[in-house]
Design a binder for this molecule. Structure first.
Ligand code: HEC
Length: 214
């Protein structure tokens, strides 16, 4: 006969199985990234340096930085405006705030990794497609449409930047993610790429066919 204690532990084991099933379902729902170059899986894993935002993205395909960076743009602009008249300690404090703000960090990543060199400081397209709607750019046929339509989603833009592209517009994009073989320079982390994507979304200007975010 089952004692009270045994019954309790049987129930507990049952509950744990249900919890375990929940967990494995979650694992199955992970964002399945695919290379734009060859359609093969882009195996990007969670690492110790990843923030909660990066983990959320790798689980759900949604970029939590987009809202943070867009919402932070006004604060960033106010800090820049305040800097014009600031001196001494106040100036130091403002610079620190600018550097650590969500928008400031994302903007810096876009510039630091020389995205500007090819896509332009205003994302207008210099020697690569513009990343925002523009009247004319480096490759103007792509001013109003993405070269790769999947860039309208966080997942698609992450795939383009992380794993590179096959060159539909005439040039190719490097592979940027540090976990991808053949990546450029020191490579970028999942967080770096997500913040850069948020910066691109924040800069989208216009109501054209280049869908901002789906
Ligand atoms: C050496 C030049 C170069 C650099 C540097 C560069 N790109 Fe690109 N990028 C390109 C080219 C060329 C394409 C078009 C690729 C194609 O047609 O396959 C592209 C495509 C893209 C696209 C897809 C655009 C579309 O219309 O589908 C995104 C997004 C993008 N780049 C973001 C970035 C970001 C973010 C960085 C910095 C981390 C960056 N690029 C750095 C050359 C560059």
């Amino acid at each position: 006969m089952l004692g009270k204690k045994t019954l309790k532990s049987t129930l507990l084991a049952g509950l744990m199985t249900v919890a375990g099933m929940g967990f494995s379902l979650q694992a199955n729902a992970a964002c399945e990234l695919v290379s734009v170059v060859d359609g093969k899986p882009l195996n990007i894993k969670v690492t110790a340096e990843d923030s909660e935002h990066a983990k959320t993205f790798l689980e759900t395909c949604k970029n939590p930085y987009t809202k943070l960076v867009i919402d932070g743009q006004k604060d960033y602009e106010a800090l820049i405006a305040a800097k014009a008249n600031a001196k001494g300690a106040e100036m130091k404090e403002l610079k620190k705030k600018i550097k650590t703000s969500a928008f400031g960090k994302a903007k810096k990543l876009y510039g630091l990794n020389n995205c500007t060199g090819c896509h332009g400081g205003k994302l207008e397209g210099v020697m690569a497609p513009g990343l925002r709607k523009q009247p004319s750019g480096g490759q103007s046929q792509y001013d109003n449409q993405w070269v790769y339509p999947q860039n309208a989603t966080d997942k698609g833009m992450f795939e383009t930047i992380a794993g590179g592209t096959p060159g539909k517009s005439g040039g190719t994009m490097f592979k940027w993610h540090k976990q991808i073989e053949g990546h450029t320079g020191g490579g970028l982390t999942t967080d770096d790429i997500l913040q850069t994507i948020a910066y691109i979304r924040a800069n989208y200007a216009g109501k054209g066919e280049k869908v901002w975010l789906k």
